[in-house]
Design a protein around this ligand. Structure first.
Ligand code: ZN
Length: 296
C-alpha cells in the first residue's frame, strides 16, 4: 500500500516536471518570433497566427477539422483565441468557427456583419451575440491594432461599412488584413475576386478611412479565393510583391482550384507557392528579419 502511494507521488512529480518543461520549451520557441500556420482543412481557409502571447485565428474552414488543428498546434493549457476573424460568411470559412466556439474561449470576433442568410452564418452570429464576447464590425467599429507589441494588424479591405448591408458578391466583401512582425508581413486576402483585387492594386496608396495608407506590399501572401482564376491578377501580385505564397485548397476539389492559370502566373513571376492540398499544414516562423518554413 505504501509502495503504491510512493509510486503515485513519483508519477505526479514526473507529470508536473513534464508540464513545466513543455511550457518552458514552448514559450522559449516563440520568444521574439511570430508563427503562422495555414491549416490543411480541405476545401476552405483557416490560418492561425501566434505572437506576443496572442492567438489569432483567421477563418475556420468547412468543418470541425480546424479544432483538431488548434488542439495539435496550441499547447494543451492554452484554450484561448484572442482574436477570431471571419473574412466573409461563406460556409468554407465560417462553419468550422462554430466548432471552435464550443471548445475554445474566444475573446473577440472581427467581421464585417454583412447580410447573408445561410444556416451556418446565422448560427455563428447567434453564438457570437449570446456569448457576450466582444464583436468588432470592420469598417464601422474601431479595431484594436495591437500596436503596443511587436505585432501589427492592418485592415486593408473592405473600405466601407458593410454592416447589415446586402452585397452582390460576398467574396468581394472579404476582410483583407496584413499582419506584420517587425519587418516581415503576411497578407491574408480572403476570397476577394476581380473587383476588390483591382481596387486594392490600382489604388494601393488610397488613404483608408480607418487603417493607415493601404499599401498592400507583403512578404507572404495567402492567395485569394483558393487560387481561383478570378483573383490574383498580375497587377495585384506585382503590388503585393510576395516572396512566398500559400494556396489553401482541398485535394481533388470540385472547383478545379487552384487554377492552372494562376499557378503559371506565379511561376512566370518567380514567386514560390505552397499548397495545403499537397503540402498539408504550411508552417512559417519569423523573427521579424527572415521567414523560415518548416514541415510539422
Ligand atoms: Zn472560400
Amino acid at each position: 500500500m505504501r509502495k503504491k502511494k510512493i509510486l503515485i507521488i513519483i508519477l505526479a512529480l514526473i507529470a508536473i516536471n513534464i508540464y513545466f518543461l513543455a511550457r518552458a520549451v514552448f514559450s522559449f520557441s516563440l520568444d521574439d518570433k511570430m508563427r503562422v500556420i495555414f491549416f490543411d482543412v480541405g476545401q476552405g481557409d483557416a490560418s492561425l497566427v501566434m505572437a506576443d502571447g496572442l492567438n489569432i485565428l483567421i477563418d475556420g474552414g468547412p468543418d470541425k477539422k480546424v479544432v483538431e488543428k488548434l488542439d495539435k498546434y496550441l499547447p494543451f493549457w492554452d484554450r484561448e483565441i484572442d482574436i477570431m476573424v471571419l473574412t466573409h460568411p461563406h460556409a468554407d470559412h465560417v462553419a468550422g468557427l462554430i466548432d471552435v466556439f464550443k471548445k475554445y474561449q474566444v475573446d473577440e470576433v472581427w467581421m464585417t456583419g454583412v447580410l447573408h442568410s445561410s444556416y451556418e452564418y446565422l448560427e455563428f452570429l447567434e453564438i457570437a451575440r449570446d456569448s457576450g464576447m466582444a464583436t468588432r464590425m470592420v469598417g464601422r467599429d474601431a479595431i484594436n491594432r495591437v500596436s503596443a507589441t511587436n505585432i501589427k494588424i492592418e485592415i486593408l479591405y473592405p473600405r466601407e461599412d458593410l454592416f447589415e448591408k446586402t452585397v452582390d458578391n460576398l467574396n468581394n466583401s472579404s476582410i483583407v488584413l496584413r499582419i506584420s512582425y517587425k519587418d516581415k508581413s503576411f497578407l491574408f486576402a480572403g476570397d476577394i475576386e476581380e473587383k476588390a483585387d483591382a481596387e486594392l492594386c490600382e489604388k494601393p496608396l488610397l488613404s483608408h478611412p480607418l487603417e493607415g495608407e493601404g499599401n498592400i506590399r507583403s512578404d507572404v501572401l495567402k492567395i485569394a479565393h483558393h487560387g481561383s482564376a478570378n483573383a490574383s491578377s498580375q497587377c495585384f501580385l506585382e503590388a503585393v510583391k510576395p516572396e512566398i505564397t500559400v494556396i489553401s485548397a482541398g485535394r481533388d476539389n470540385d472547383f478545379g482550384m487552384p487554377s492552372l492559370r494562376i499557378l503559371n502566373r506565379l511561376e512566370r513571376m518567380g514567386i514560390g507557392v505552397f499548397r495545403t492540398d499537397e503540402d498539408g499544414d504550411v508552417i512559417m516562423e519569423t523573427d521579424g528579419k527572415e521567414i523560415k518554413k518548416f514541415t510539422p
